[in-house]
Each structure stands twice: as structure tokens, then as C-alpha cells.
Design a protein around this ligand. Structure first.
Ligand SMILES: *[C@@H]1O[C@H](CO)[C@@H](O)[C@H](O)[C@H]1NC(C)=O
Ligand SMILES: *[C@@H]1O[C@H](CO)[C@@H](O)[C@H](O)[C@H]1NC(C)=O
Ligand SMILES: *[C@@H]1O[C@H](CO)[C@@H](O)[C@H](O)[C@H]1NC(C)=O
Ligand SMILES: *[C@@H]1O[C@H](CO)[C@@H](O)[C@H](O)[C@H]1NC(C)=O
Ligand SMILES: *[C@@H]1O[C@H](CO)[C@@H](O)[C@H](O)[C@H]1NC(C)=O
Ligand SMILES: *[C@@H]1O[C@H](CO)[C@@H](O)[C@H](O)[C@H]1NC(C)=O
Ligand SMILES: *[C@@H]1O[C@H](CO)[C@@H](O)[C@H](O)[C@H]1NC(C)=O
Length: 680
């Protein structure tokens, strides 16, 4: 039943569930938000009760409240020896720190009930490194059985310094303390607003950074995109075995290895269309032996003053990373030998044949280097290692003082252009793999009874709009009671909802799967792309089932119903207020947004061009017969079927497939209003 619910929620048109506020749930939800506020000031927490709770709680004396006592004892032993101190930077890309975070996570996960979890978290909020606490506790809330459906606050509300420059944070802090409110204004809703730009504007030349790449700042510094990247990790941390992953997460997506690959391909396709929108050339590839093609200057610092490391254009990997460089080369050569010899070696030294559809999962697990990898000691944690090296962070002076690069954070890695060069490499490995699978033959692709007669789509308009991000919950406050609400205002890409109609002629009453993809029409040199290459560049917008009548039928869809993206979250302050209000009035129905964390709709399509970026919509209708076998997901075929393998059949020959040209126009917001009929 729970599983059905999850599938329903993700595939459904309106993915929200509402129920009469359950007091217990609301109190727990409120508690999670309170624990994750002001994490660098443990003594501050509303009425101060968490501090008292945490100070008076002793894990050891309550060990019977944890399922696995041994695991809790080993954490305590490690804690007594000394772990990452408070005030230092945390990143899961340093194995020692990750080990500590995992131990802490296991203590949370083993708490028998919410009460114990509450106490443990209140304790950890005081005694553990704050970044580590936020990381481990957030993952625990997502996967613990006692916290089903409970949301964790957005990352920018917990650690705003990861997203906004030092200057902006300082200004916000001044406003918070009411020392200097000149740089802010009060919004009609009563909160203070600090304006912020993003990225580096001028002086790029002096730093040898590629100025052209700055055109993508709006994309790379997008907060929602960063959070989607972050949650992609929290939902399936690479170090967590799938047995421990929450059932709701497993139910909502394809198996993890496949999801990993799909996410890489999906975001890469989007990124490439953003590059096309900005007249940028194709992503440059890299070789470990040569200088890296892109530099990166994050222009941000950690709360302890340590600057995010930057990397100049054409730098080489620094010497202190050579041992890791050797390792990543070894992993790559093991991987290519697995692909060349068509044999993957498991932990017993047995080799297995590689080129089967089921092995997409296996490949994804190996590339991500996750806990379900067929042979973790041999194939290693490729993705994490490669990102860590490319970040070129300086050697930490002591193990407690790392200065992680943006690539050392799951939320920030994609700001560095090298992230995309690496993604390209991973996606290339997948395509190399899939080119060895049998290509689909006509009979596998055709659906005899269904003919797509036409596809109509509105022109698509994108625009920039101001978005306010709550950050006061992550700033320094005197006591945490009735603090002013401070938000940062940044300009963000968005688009008007657009509709598409798919007119289908069916020869009988049948139910079908419809998939809608978006991809480029021309390449970086304005040459029209042929589908035999271009299939790699499409991203899946939507997948849904529909029941067809005998006869002609128009399927009407609205982009807000897309499968791969979800609406914007409520801002943390409104959400918290709503929870508190519902707690007071038990009759208040609380509409709990229950889609899992995913890409936001605003990030789901590229910016386009003022004169219109020509793209293509690809609609494919398939029969549902073969789709249901995974216990987890209603899709047996790859989620991007039929574009998951090289196409040898020309889709133009298929009555159940259709290409439609579409243009994305980028406009100023004020101009759109006149241009379209129904904007609000
Ligand atoms: C968690 O502990 C705090 C502090 O004692 C308390 O205020 C809160 O109600 C507790 N939460 C739950 C759900 O019991
Ligand atoms: C870094 O950001 C600050 C504030 O956002 C800005 O004033 C400064 O010019 C930036 N540095 C560079 C090199 O662009
Ligand atoms: C940095 O990259 C750009 C674009 O590739 C190039 O034009 C420029 O010469 C490079 N700068 C340095 C210092 O290599
Ligand atoms: C889709 O069909 C509806 C109903 O016929 C119509 O109002 C709408 O304009 C159509 N949309 C497009 C994009 O053609
Ligand atoms: C579908 O409708 C057509 C014409 O209305 C009819 O000839 C045909 O038998 C119907 N097919 C089925 C399977 O009902
Ligand atoms: C699309 O659906 C959303 C929510 O259901 C609605 O608010 C919006 O007006 C619709 N847009 C169009 C163009 O139909
Ligand atoms: C909730 O609803 C019930 C029944 O409708 C009513 O008796 C009760 O007074 C309401 N409670 C509040 C707090 O409004």
C-alpha cells in the first residue's frame, strides 16, 4: 500500500496528499525544522529546550533505546577519541570525515522511536561538527521509518553561506542584528530583503577565467538546481546500501544505478541546451595527464573564513593529489577492460558477461561507486574520487582543517565547469555500453493500434524573475526568539507553463504509455542533427499512462504536470508557520507536499534565445504490456526508452512516434504579459 502510494505520488497529476493534521506528525515536523535552525549556535533554539535536552541527554545511559547497541557503542568510542571539531568545515569527500558522518547517521537511524531521535539530535547539535550534524541528520530524517513524509528544510536555509557570497551574508547579518538596515528593504510580506547578484561579473580576465563561461552563471548558481543535486545525493547516498534506503525513495524511481545514469544524462542534456541557448561551444573534454580545460573561481567562503579554493584556467592536478590520480586512472582502466572484455569481475573473482539490459544497473552502480557496486574494492568509488581530484583542493594542514572545493559538495559541484566535463565522460561510458546492446528492431518499437496524428505545442517563453531565499535561519542570532526574517533576492530563470496536445488515433480501447522528450534540433555549429546521433541529447520531460478510446482522441497536457520536475517548495518560514498554525487548530487540513525532492519546474527547460532557440519535442507511445516488472517501478524498460540505445529504425517510420519543432523564446517578464493570453 505504501509503495503504491509513492508511485502514485510521483506519477500522479497532482502530487500532493492532504489529510487532517495529525498532531504527532506536525509536532515531529516542527521539531525537525527547529533542530536544523541556527546549527552553528547550539545554545539557541526558540525556547532553548533543545539545548537543555541535549546537555542532559546521555546516549550511553539510554543505549537500550537503539536497535543496534554495538553500532552506537562504536560511535561513542570514536567520539571519545575525538572527531571533527565544531567550527571546522565538513565535506563528505574526505574519507575520515565521511566515516564519522556515517557513524553518526547510524546512531540516528538506530533510534527506536522519534523521542530517542529527538534526544540524539539535540545532543549531536551541541557536540558534533555542525556541517556533519546537518548532513547526517538530514539523511536520517529521509530514511528513518519514524520520520516518513517529514521534510527537511532546504539547504540554503540551513547553510546559506554555501550559496551566497560573503558580502551578501555579512549584509544580511547586519540586518539581522538591526545594526545597518540601509542595504535592505522590507517586502510587503514583512520580511527584509537583501538583493544579490550571482557569480563574478567583472575582472574575470584578470583571473584567467573563461569569460564566455560566465554566461551560464544563472544556471550554475541556481539555488534550486543546487538543491536538486544535493537531494539526489541525500536520497541515495553512495555509501548507503539499498537495503537501508527508504522504501518511498526506492518506489519512486528506477533502481539506483540506473537512476544515477539517468540523472547524469538528464542534467547533461539540459546543460547542453543551456550552452546552445548562450551560443557556447560543446563541452571540452579533459585528460588527467594534461592541463584541465576550465578554471573555476567560486568567490565564496566558509563561515570560518576559509575561501573556497579556486583553480586557474589550464591548471594541472597538484602534486599532492598524485596518489589519488594514480587510483582514478587504475579505476578507469579496470572499467574499460570490463567493457572491452565484456566481463565484470565480482568479489569472488568470478567474471560475468556485461552486455545485457539488466547490467545498466550494474554499470551505474560501478560508476557511482555506491554500496551496491558488484565489487567495491576493485571498481572503487570512481565518481567521488574523480570529482575530488578535479576540485584541486589544497592539501589540508591537519585532518581537521580541510578547505573543500565546490566539487567536494554534492550541492555545489556543478558550478565548476569541470563537473560537466566529467559528466560528459560518464555519459560517454554509458553510450559506449549501450551501443553494445542489441538495437531495438521495428517490431519492438511499433505499436500497431496507435497512430499519432499531430502534436501541437504552445511557444515556450522563459524569463528572469526575482526569487527570495530565506537565510535568517542560518545566520547568527541573539536568542532565536522572534528573530527578523531575512531573505536574499536573486534573479532566476523561470518559464510560463505551456501546453501540448497530442492527437492520437487508436484502433481499439487500450491503455498506453506516453513519453515526451525535449532535445536540440541543431548542433553547436548550427548543423541540423540526425537522430542517429541526436538521441543522446534528448531529455525526458514526461512519462504517463493514458487510456485511449477507439477513435481519435486528443491528449492535453500542461507542462506543470511533467514527471521529471516538481513545483517550488514553500519557503521555510511559511512552511514552519503553517505547521505551527495547524498544531494549534486541529481542524486545519494540512496539505502536505509529498512529492520527493526533485528538479524544480523552473529548472526543467533551457533558457532559449531572444529570437527563439529551435528544439524538438519527441513523443513516443508504447504499449504497457512489457512495462511492469520491477517491484519498484512500473517501468520495466529503461525510463528513457526508446532513446536509451542507438536508434537504427528511423522514428519517422513509426506511426506511434512524432517529432515536433518547438522554439523557446527568452523574454523580459514585463513583455511576456502582452504576448500571451493567460499569464498571471
Ligand atoms: C523534541 O524535544 C524538544 C525539546 O525538549 C521538544 O520541545 C519537542 O516537543 C520534542 N519533539 C517531539 C516530537 O517530541
Ligand atoms: C566576488 O563577489 C563580490 C560580492 O558579490 C564582488 O564584489 C567581487 O567583485 C567578486 N569578485 C570577483 C573577482 O568578481
Ligand atoms: C582560458 O580559456 C580561454 C578559453 O578557452 C582561452 O581563450 C584563454 O586563453 C585561456 N587562458 C589561459 C590563461 O590559458
Ligand atoms: C489543445 O486543445 C485545446 C482544446 O481543443 C485548445 O483549447 C488548446 O488551444 C490546444 N492547445 C494547443 C497547444 O494547441
Ligand atoms: C472501432 O471503431 C470502428 C469504427 O467505428 C469499428 O469498425 C471497429 O470495429 C472498432 N474496433 C473495435 C475493436 O471496437
Ligand atoms: C497548467 O496547470 C496549472 C496547474 O494545474 C495551472 O495553474 C495553469 O494555469 C495551467 N496552465 C495552462 C497554460 O493551462
Ligand atoms: C473542530 O471541528 C469539530 C467538529 O467540526 C468542532 O467540534 C471543534 O470545535 C473544532 N475545533 C476547533 C479547534 O476549531
Amino acid at each position: 500500500m505504501l509503495r503504491d502510494l509513492a508511485i502514485f505520488a510521483v506519477l500522479a497529476i497532482s502530487p500532493t496528499i492532504s489529510w487532517i493534521a495529525n498532531e504527532e506528525f506536525l509536532l515531529e515536523q516542527k521539531t525537525v525544522y527547529e533542530l536544523l535552525r541556527y546549527i552553528d549556535q547550539p545554545e539557541v533554539s526558540g525556547d532553548g529546550s533543545y539545548y537543555e535536552l541535549g546537555m542532559s541527554y546521555e546516549i550511553e545511559k539510554n543505549i537500550e533505546n537503539y536497535n543496534d547497541e554495538e553500532c552506537v557503542r562504536s560511535f561513542l568510542a570514536r567520539y571519545k577519541k575525538g572527531m571533527q571539531p565544531r567550527g571546522k568545515v565538513f565535506s563528505p569527500f574526505y574519507s575520515e570525515l565521511l566515516g564519522e558522518a556515517i557513524d553518526l547517521f547510524r546512531v540516528f537511524l538506530n533510534a527506536k522511536d522519534f523521542e530517542t531521535l529527538n534526544k540524539t539530535a539535540a545532543w549531536a547539535r551541541i557536540h558534533m561538527n555542525e556541517g556533519m550534524f546537518a548532513y547526517s541528520f538530514s539523511i536520517a530524517v529521509i530514511h528513518h521509518k519514524a520520520t516518513r513524509f517529514i521534510r527537511v528544510p532546504a539547504l540554503h536555509e540551513i547553510q546559506p553561506h554555501l550559496f551566497f557570497s560573503e558580502t551578501v551574508i555579512k549584509r544580511a547579518q547586519e540586518v539581522m542584528w538591526r545594526n545597518d538596515i540601509s542595504s535592505s528593504h522590507i517586502s510587503p510580506k514583512g520580511y527584509s530583503v537583501i538583493p544579490a547578484t550571482y557569480g563574478i561579473r567583472r575582472n574575470a580576465k584578470n583571473y584567467n577565467f573563461d569569460e564566455e563561461e560566465q554566461r551560464l552563471n544563472y544556471f550554475r548558481n541556481d539555488v534550486s538546481l543546487a538543491e536538486a543535486m544535493h537531494y539526489a545525493h541525500l536520497l541515495r547516498p553512495f555509501w548507503l546500501g539499498s537495503l537501508e534506503i527508504s522504501d518511498d525513495v526506492l518506489a519512486a524511481w528506477p533502481p539506483r544505478g540506473e537512476t544515477f545514469l539517468w540523472w547524469q544524462m538528464h542534467t547533461l542534456a539540459l546543460y547542453n541546451m543551456e550552452r546552445l541557448s548562450n551560443n557556447l561551444e560543446a563541452i571540452k573534454e579533459f585528460d588527467w595527464n594534461y592541463p584541465l580545460p576550465y578554471g573555476h573561481y567560486p568567490n565564496a567562503s566558509y563561515p570560518n573564513g576559509c575561501q573556497f579554493p579556486s583553480r586557474k584556467n589550464r591548471s594541472r592536478i597538484p602534486n599532492h593529489l598524485f596518489p589519488l590520480l594514480q587510483k582514478v586512472r587504475d579505476l578507469e582502466s579496470r572499467l574499460s577492460s570490463a567493457l572491452d572484455t565484456e566481463r565484470v569481475i565480482d568479489t569472488d573473482g568470478e567474471s560475468r558477461e556485461t552486455y545485457k539490459q539488466a547490467y545498466v544497473e550494474l554499470l551505474g552502480n560501478i560508476l557511482e561507486g555506491n554500496a551496491d557496486s558488484i565489487n567495491l574494492p576493485f571498481y572503487g568509488t570512481y565518481y567521488v574520487l574523480a570529482k575530488h581530484i578535479l576540485g584541486c583542493a589544497p592539501r589540508p594542514k591537519t585532518k581537521h582543517t580541510p578547505c573543500p572545493s565546490t566539487l567536494d559538495h554534492f550541492a555545489l559541484g556543478h558550478r565548476d565547469p569541470m563537473y560537466w566535463s566529467l559528466t560528459q565522460r560518464i555519459v560517454n561510458i554509458y553510450h559506449d555500453f549501450s551501443s553494445h546492446l542489441c538495437t531495438y528492431v521495428y517490431e519492438e518499437l511499433v505499436h500497431e493500434d496507435v497512430v499519432i496524428q499531430s502534436v501541437e505545442v504552445d511557444p515556450i517563453f522563459t524569463y528572469f524573475e526575482d526569487v527570495d531565499y530565506l537565510i535568517s535561519t542560518g545566520l547568527k542570532v541573539p536568542n532565536g526568539r522572534d528573530e527578523p526574517v531575512v531573505k536574499v533576492r536573486q534573479c532566476r530563470l523561470n518559464h510560463l507553463p505551456y501546453r501540448y496536445n497530442i492527437t492520437v488515433k487508436s484502433a481499439r480501447v487500450t491503455s498506453v504509455w506516453v513519453r515526451v522528450f525535449l532535445g536540440p534540433k541543431y548542433d553547436f555549429n548550427q548543423m541540423e542533427l540526425s537522430i542517429s546521433e541526436n538521441y543522446k541529447n534528448f531529455l525526458l520531460l514526461n512519462v504517463f499512462t493514458v487510456n485511449l478510446e477507439n477513435g481519435t482522441f486528443t491528449i492535453q497536457r500542461n507542462s506543470t504536470q511533467d514527471y521529471t520536475a516538481v513545483p517550488e517548495d514553500m519557503s521555510g518560514d511559511s512552511f514552519y508557520e503553517k505547521v505551527t498554525r495547524s498544531l494549534k487548530d486541529i481542524n486545519d487540513t494540512f496539505e502536505m507536499p509529498w512529492y520527493l525532492y526533485a528538479l524544480k519546474l523552473r529548472n526543467s527547460i533551457p533558457k532559449g534565445r531572444i529570437d527563439g532557440l529551435p528544439l524538438r519535442l519527441f513523443v513516443y507511445i508504447g504499449s504497457p504490456i512489457d512495462e511492469f516488472i520491477h517491484t519498484h517501478l512500473p517501468l520495466r524498460k529503461s525510463i528513457t526508452f526508446p532513446l536509451d540505445r542507438p536508434l537504427t529504425v528511423d522514428p519517422a517510420r513509426l506511426p506511434n512516434a512524432y517529432f515536433k519543432d518547438v522554439k523557446i523564446y527568452h523574454k523580459e517578464r514585463s513583455k511576456i504579459k502582452h504576448k500571451t493570453r493567460e499569464t498571471n
